[in-house]
Design a protein around this ligand. Structure first.
Ligand SMILES: Nc1ncnc2c1ncn2[C@@H]1O[C@H](COP(=O)(O)OP(=O)(O)O)[C@@H](O)[C@H]1O
Ligand SMILES: [Mg+2]
Length: 364
């Protein structure tokens, strides 16, 4: 049970209910797609709130939801097995058993000792494509027109890592699916755009594309202020709130994380001229080893680019100042954006503002 003294900020996992803020427009768009015959692509860097947004939208439709992260899928057969397991958890076994008769191969199902999950294997030498086609067909058949299944594939840009022919196969299967809304989430924007916007790609124009931005400042401001107001007798909450957002630039995850730490300091009646700075320093002390390890994993050119970005205050970066050829800078930026170290909104930024401060510190 929650008490008044529970920390009201949450980071790292999916947020819902009172932890979820704003995204009203986005919720409307996602739900309108779920209430149509269309599919959705949702793109943003990691930890912007894709999963939270989609789960909230799906929950509000009260329809069955199958969520699968493609990063955890190893090959086509594994993909089929995982889907089948998830369907077994979603629908009554009797209903599935009946439909399994339509399969062109015989899966072996065995109940776990506790009786709460199934193990599935395919003993026949059936072609993986056939297995996947049949599982998707089952998914479409079991989905009820009145209560359509929502299928979410997270980290969808991994599709070609699983198997180089998978996207072509998937597209041909998925376009035949009735009764299902597919939602494809992705954290690597350029790869996602290649999949869904290149004319030659099998998924060209398959779905509506939406990109998720950071949370608007006014909204995040109210969210923070509201939750910190418990301490307004002793602290200047307006000032603290502004400083939090200046530091995190409204990044959903880092804002919640910093606010969480600050809430703890305020609760302990910590006295400090600059409580926000204290919280940042404190967090960086804890993560010093992780950042050191991360830092030592970069090439020298990446380090130079990161150093520049950590101190650059310009609205437009001037890459000619870094001291390495511009083309090298750009391949470094691209590489680090792909691995999630950098994000690009109007310009490239270091994703983690705590890490940016850590880098600045090693410069002095
Ligand atoms: N609408 C929101 N309101 C408040 N915080 C949010 C919201 N969406 C995301 N966050 C913060 O970001 C974190 C990551 O959210 P998540 O949905 O897992 O992002 P993603 O799926 O894009 O990686 C959450 O744990 C939470 O701290
Ligand atoms: Mg996610």
């Amino acid at each position: 049970m929650k008490t008044r003294q529970d920390n009201p900020f949450k980071f790292g996992t999916v947020v819902e209910d009172e932890y979820f803020t704003d995204r009203t427009e986005e919720l409307k768009i996602v739900k309108s797609i779920l209430h149509s015959e269309n599919h959705l692509v949702l793109i943003s860097p990691r930890r912007y709130g894709k999963t939270s947004l989609v789960l909230k939208s799906a929950k509000e439709t009260s329809r069955p939801l199958l969520f699968l992260n493609l990063e955890s899928v190893t090959d086509k057969k594994d993909f089929a097995v995982t889907l089948l397991k998830k369907l077994l958890a979603l629908y009554p076994f009797e209903k599935l058993k009946f439909l399994l008769k339509n399969f062109r191969f015989v899966p072996t199902l065995s109940m776990s000792a506790l009786g709460d999950s199934f193990d599935i294997s395919f003993i026949t030498k059936t072609d993986d494509n056939v297995i996947l086609e049949d599982v998707f067909a089952l998914m479409s058949k079991i989905s009820d027109k009145e209560n359509k299944l929502i299928v979410v594939f997270d980290e969808f840009q991994q599709v070609d890592e699983i198997d180089k022919n998978l996207s072509k196969l998937l597209r041909s299967i998925m376009q035949l699916q009735q009764n299902i809304n597919f939602v494809m989430l992705g954290s690597q924007e350029s790869m996602m755009r290649t999949i869904f916007e290149k004319k030659k790609s099998p998924f060209y124009h398959f779905a509506e594309l939406l990109t998720l931005k950071k949370i608007p400042r006014e909204d995040f401001y109210l969210y923070l202020q509201n939750r910190l107001s418990l301490f307004e007798d002793k602290y200047n909450i307006a000032d603290i709130t502004e400083k939090i957002l200046d530091f995190t630039d409204c990044h959903p995850y880092y804002t919640q994380k910093l606010a969480f730490n600050i809430w703890e300091l305020l609760k302990d009646e910590m006295a400090s001229d600059d409580i926000v700075q204290t919280a940042i320093d404190y967090s960086n002390e804890i993560h010093d080893m992780d950042y050191e390890r991360l830092w030592s994993s970069f090439k020298n050119t990446d380090k130079k680019v990161l150093k520049y970005l950590s101190v650059s205050r310009n609205t437009q970066h001037d890459y000619s100042n870094i001291g390495i050829p511009i083309s090298t800078v750009f391949s470094s930026l691209k590489r680090m954006a792909q691995s999630g170290i950098l994000i690009k909104e109007n310009r490239y930024e270091i994703d983690d503002p705590f890490f940016a401060v850590w880098i600045k510190k090693i410069l002095v």
